[in-house]
Write a protein that binds this ligand. Structure first.
Ligand SMILES: Cc1cc2nc3c(=O)[nH]c(=O)nc-3n(C[C@H](O)[C@H](O)[C@H](O)COP(=O)(O)OP(=O)(O)OC[C@H]3O[C@@H](n4cnc5c(N)ncnc54)[C@H](O)[C@@H]3O)c2cc1C
Length: 485
């Protein structure tokens, strides 16, 4: 008999939400263990750099979790309320709102509260365990192994299902042996290197394009944050989470173009200095920000793993590459996926079928709720990354109709229907290229959403589905890259 019904590997945001969802959805005798490499006093810390995140999350995703698994978030894990995210064009002449009402979280306080709540639901924890891989019996994953840093002894525990929530660098996924369907590695270009400060400041003036206590601000700019964006997210009237993300190969290209040698750290410093509102800055020394007021980490910006289950094994959160491809928001999808997965795991345990086929429904449920749109957004992201500042500014000003803004605000791919309108004059060959690119990605997006709606109902249809997807995506990436040449 297994030591546990469920082992959640990684007690970060996705892991602890999923543990609560499993406890909520399954019967009281279900034994759940959460294992993390952090000490008990540092729950949910992503890496030595801290709980590095922009800390923003939509109310809609929190409501999704609360209504289904009855977990409520309040103060102090929510630090500040916002009315949405505002994305500014490089020339700052156009801004588009998205995501709607949301919260700024305290990522250090949140896991403390999550863990307490988990424990009240009967979930057990083991800390200071560095997991290195899964234990297998034939084709089935039956537990986890690693080193217990408390006593330097090997650690082995068995479970009917292992949920991998160990984040983007997941060792369990990288070394996975029981699936040909789950992808193990990521393309370097699908990874953003990101960093941020949490600080107090004095306001030098009022300018809602630089700091707005009610809105999370995003600055698109290929010189300031090549292949990514800069952000200014309010934590109070005089407190901010400010940072940026870049794609490394595009940073190199930008450095060559400008004759510079910048890295993420120097770009962060410059971005802070050029802000005309945020002055006299001090890194936050609030007790809940100590050890977390500056740091750099990675985030993926692609579609979720094409398959997220194998025998006895499931992926959730950053280990499954869930952050949204256009803005790297990973908290929302982690809440949605964790909530859904609680139900899938409970059903598989009850049916006593924890095989790949028994867990397959999770792939379908996540795609239906969220995952149907991510491949299209991945392609859209690749196109925007190829554009110059002038092209982005022109495109945002002239090509985004009301319907497109609405689609973006719901996290959907805009369809740029206005681009086909008679009488639309597009000035300049470079801007015609942008229009062609946008028309192309919206057409491809329709195909991709349709393809995801045909995700196979069981593992037998996966290879064909996946081959078709990769053929289409590879062709589309080539085409989109050509727009930037
Ligand atoms: C700079 C930056 C800014 C971001 N901004 C935002 C934002 O504003 N909004 C948003 O929605 N998303 C944002 N994201 C993404 C968001 O932070 C992640 O999507 C989210 O934290 C994912 O949670 P997770 O639980 O899947 O992974 P993680 O938070 O990485 O948690 C993984 C857990 O697993 C543990 N672990 C890892 N490896 C092992 C191992 N081998 N053995 C044992 N335990 C292990 C870790 O200790 C950790 O507790 C940002 C990311 C970055 C890097």
């Amino acid at each position: 008999m297994a030591d546990y019904d469920v082992i959640v590997a990684g007690g970060g945001l996705a892991g602890t939400v999923t543990a609560q969802a499993v406890a909520h959805c399954s019967n009281q005798n279900t034994k759940i263990l959460v294992v993390d490499r952090n000490a008990k006093s540092l729950p949910g810390r992503k890496s030595l750099a801290g709980w590095v995140c922009g800390d923003a999350c939509s109310k809609e995703a929190v409501d999704f979790m609360t209504s289904r698994i009855k977990v409520k978030w309040g103060r102090p894990e929510i630090e500040h309320d916002v009315k949405g995210v505002m994305a500014f064009s490089p020339d700052r002449e156009t801004s588009i709102p998205f995501d709607g009402d949301g919260y700024m979280l305290n990522r250090q306080k949140l896991p403390e509260i999550q863990n307490k709540r988990c424990e009240e639901m009967g979930v057990e924890f083991d800390y200071e365990i560095n997991l290195t891989g899964l234990i297998y019996e034939g084709h089935q994953a039956v537990g986890v192994q690693g080193i217990d840093n408390k006593n330097k002894q090997p650690f082995k525990k068995t479970a009917r299902i292992v949920i991998d929530a160990t984040g983007v660098t997941s060792m369990l996924r990288n070394t996975l042996k029981n699936s040909t369907k789950i992808e193990r590695r990521i393309d370097r270009r699908d990874l953003e290197s990101t960093g941020r400060y949490i600080m107090y400041f004095d306001s030098a003036k009022n300018d809602p394009a630089e700091f707005d206590p009610d809105y999370c601000i995003i600055h698109l700019d290929q010189d300031i944050a090549p292949g990514g964006y800069g952000w200014v997210f309010p934590k109070a009237g005089n407190k901010v989470n400010i940072g940026l993300g870049v794609e490394k190969s595009l940073l190199e290209r930008r450095n060559q173009r400008l004759g510079k040698k910048d890295n993420v750290e120097s770009l962060m410093r410059e971005y802070l200095q050029r802000n005309t509102v945020i002055k006299n800055t001090r890194l936050s020394e609030d007790p809940e920000d100590i050890g977390n007021n500056t740091g750099i980490f990675q985030v993926s910006v692609r579609r979720q793993n094409d398959c997220m289950v194998s025998g006895g094994y499931v992926l959730v959160g950053d280990s499954a590459w869930m952050p949204k491809p256009i803005d790297a928001g990973g908290i929302g999808p982690a809440l949605i996926a964790g909530t859904i997965l609680g139900n899938n795991v409970a059903q598989a345990l009850e049916a006593n079928d924890v095989s790949e086929a028994g867990l397959w429904q999770y792939n379908l449920d996540f795609i239906e709720e969220y995952g149907y749109k991510t491949a299209g957004l991945e392609l859209f992201r690749r196109l925007v990354q190829q554009m110059t500042n002038d092209q982005i500014s022109y495109g945002m000003k002239h090509f985004l109709g009301n319907m497109d803004v609405e689609a973006i605000s719901k996290g959907e791919h805009p369809d740029f229907s206005g681009l086909g309108k008679l009488g639309m004059i597009i000035r300049g060959a470079m801007n015609k290229t942008v229009a062609d690119g946008l028309r192309y990605t919206s057409r491809e997006n329709r195909w991709l959403v349709d393809h995801y709606n045909k995700y196979p109902g069981d593992p037998s249809g996966f290879d064909e589905w996946s081959k078709t997807l990769h053929r289409r995506m590879d062709g589309a990436f080539e085409k989109v890259d050509a727009f930037g040449r």
